[in-house]
Design a protein around this ligand. Structure first.
Ligand code: ADP
Ligand code: MP5
Length: 535
């Protein structure tokens, strides 16, 4: 590659994005009012894991105990409803609740307790009423009943007390007194009828339909507000998907304040959790999803439980897996974070042109700080590179970051970047690059996601460019072929280095790569998480 082409390389511009809790806001305090599943995949157990995966603080008021596993429900015990009253009062008297998820209720008496409790929650200006997501659980994935007949009728009374309701298709039909929808348009029409009848938002879920796509949609009284599609995962690990979706949604709404954003982020996370479920090898029937799969990948070097990519990668080290195969696995394991980036408010607003100027400026200023230090990491890679070609490649990348890219920032910012403070997100990413030190393979793995994820997300953003787009010229830089070529070359270097590395070294590389991917998400989200309010 020519020096000129390398100059255009590092990244057409920058990255930004998330996961972290926004400043000034606390970790959302989320209460699940639901039943217990001792096998851990559904009910309050799924809720606590989902809330944790969404960075929330989880609490539970237990409505019912079930004796169930992945194969079916053997028994249901509903404790005296008066004790649920006590549980709800104990939490409410002491804790400000940001969001509530309601799941299995079991019986009509329990529904009545929950209805009364919802009515007692604060309204008005002094204490903010929590957001309420109702998952009207009636039947388990195994086909067993989880709500008695009287409860089925009573649960309709709860609909008007919720902000969002998340029925699966059979539950939607029961709530309307209609036949189960046979296709997606019929499901959307039913969701709209339910939304109208009870003045509530409905999440229509396509999990029970067939086809390559598993669609979900946020539907209001006037129709579909947003449709969120995901690839349908071919798996039997779907025990608890409805519980997990609703509690993840409640937690993310408490943080984001926007149902569409919360649904997009929750769907991206859940798809990745469903994909990872089979590897848990829990049970013989419909197994659970792996709620914490992303978190495990984020810290693959921090514990013996490291699963998924790292486990496969370590196995690969013994089986003589080649560098290209290994790197392909790391990239496949990053599918979840790539979906998360696509779903971020910053990235969506940049794509559709509605991004607030203050948020774009915040991002550019942090990116300028990032690029100065990123260039140092690339220069260090150049210094350590074993061959002249790799030495020249990384030196070209460092030059490109300092000159081509920072010039671009200066143009967009209308002058040299201001002397702003390094944000916690930028600082954490830079610390990660510094931590690779003088270990060439780890350093190569740590700097790679900045090329690759940026190029991957950028390809989709570049396609959104048009003449009247306010960020059109910026989006066009994402489609730069020289940058795509540099990314391919960087990946080829990573494959070579991984191929030559031993098992321990491969472990360190996988960890550095996965962690840098997580930092990319946070970087793309940081203007919304830390920046000024968008106008
Ligand atoms: N095989 C699958 N692949 C991808 N997503 C799925 C799959 N099965 C269910 N989902 C998703 O899981 C969530 C729960 O869906 P669903 O199965 O319809 O509800 P429930 O678990 O309440 O029966 C939805 O977001 C749905 O799209
Ligand atoms: C205690 C309890 N609550 C809910 C469900 C529904 O599970 P799914 O999300 O698979 O429909 C369940 N099986 N057990």
């Amino acid at each position: 590659m020519s020096a000129a082409a390398t100059d255009a390389t590092t990244r057409g511009a920058t990255a930004a994005g998330g996961g972290a809790v926004a400043p000034g806001r606390t970790v959302p305090r989320v209460l699940a009012v639901a039943g217990s599943d001792p096998s851990g995949g559904a009910g309050i157990q799924a809720d606590l894991k989902s809330i944790a995966a969404a960075d929330g603080y989880g609490m539970t008021a237990v409505t019912a105990l079930t004796a169930q596993n992945t194969r079916g429900v053997r028994g249901v015990h509903v404790p005296p409803p008066a004790f649920l009253v006590d549980q709800l009062a104990a939490v409410t008297d002491d804790v400000t609740i940001d969001a509530v998820k309601i799941g299995m209720l079991g019986s009509r008496d329990v529904v009545a307790v929950v209805a009364d409790w919802l009515d007692s929650l604060p309204r008005g200006a002094t204490r903010v009423r929590p957001a309420v997501v109702l998952d009207p659980v009636m039947v388990a994935t195994s086909g067993d009943r989880l709500l008695d007949a009287g409860g089925e009728r009573a649960v309709t009374d709860l609909l008007g007390r919720a902000d969002v309701v998340t029925p699966n298709l059979p539950e939607l039909a029961v709530l309307l007194g209609e036949e189960v929808a046979g296709d997606w348009p019929a499901a959307l029409a039913q969701a709209r009828r339910l939304a109208r009848r009870h003045d509530v938002l409905v999440v229509a879920k396509g999990g029970h339909l067939d086809g390559d796509v598993a669609p979900d949609a946020l539907v209001g009284p006037d129709g579909v507000l947003a449709q969120v599609d995901a690839p349908r995962v071919v798996t039997t690990s779907t025990h608890g998907t409805g519980c997990s979706l609703s509690s993840g949604l409640a937690t993310r709404y408490a943080r984001r304040g926007d149902w569409e954003t919360a649904l997009r982020e929750t769907k991206a996370w859940l798809t990745s959790a469903i994909r990872a479920g089979a590897a848990l090898a829990v049970g013989e029937g419909n197994g659970p999803v792996d709620h914490l799969a992303d978190a495990r990948r984020r810290t693959p070097d921090e514990g013996p439980r490291a699963a998924g990519g790292v486990a496969r990668m370590l196995a690969g080290a013994h089986e003589g897996v080649g560098g290209a195969e290994l790197v392909a696995q790391w990239w496949a394991d990053a599918a979840g974070v790539r979906a998360q980036i696509d779903a971020l408010p910053f990235v969506r607003a940049l794509g559709d042109g509605t991004l607030a100027a203050e948020h774009f400026r915040y991002y550019l200023e942090q990116d300028a700080l990032y690029l100065r230090e990123y260039a140092r990491a690339l220069a260090r890679a150049s210094e350590l590179a074993p061959s002249r070609a790799e030495q020249a490649f990384w030196a070209g990348g460092a030059h490109g970051a300092l000159v081509t890219e920072l010039d671009l920032h200066t143009t967009w910012l209308g002058g040299e970047p201001r002397d702003v403070a390094v944000s916690p997100t930028t600082g954490a990413y830079l610390d990660h690059l510094r931590a690779a030190g003088r270990d060439y393979p780890t350093l190569v793995a740590a700097v790679l996601p900045c090329y690759w994820i940026y190029q991957d997300v950028g390809e989709r953003l570049a396609a959104r460019q048009h003449d009247a787009h306010p960020y059109g010229a910026w989006l066009a830089t994402y489609g730069d072929e020289a940058f795509a070529a540099a990314t391919r070359e960087a990946v080829a270097i990573l494959e070579r280095v991984a191929g030559a590395a031993g098992a321990e070294q491969r472990h360190r590389m996988a960890a550095a790569f996965a962690r840098a991917c997580r930092h990319e998400v946070a970087f793309f989200d940081q203007a919304h998480a830390w920046g000024p309010p968008g106008g």
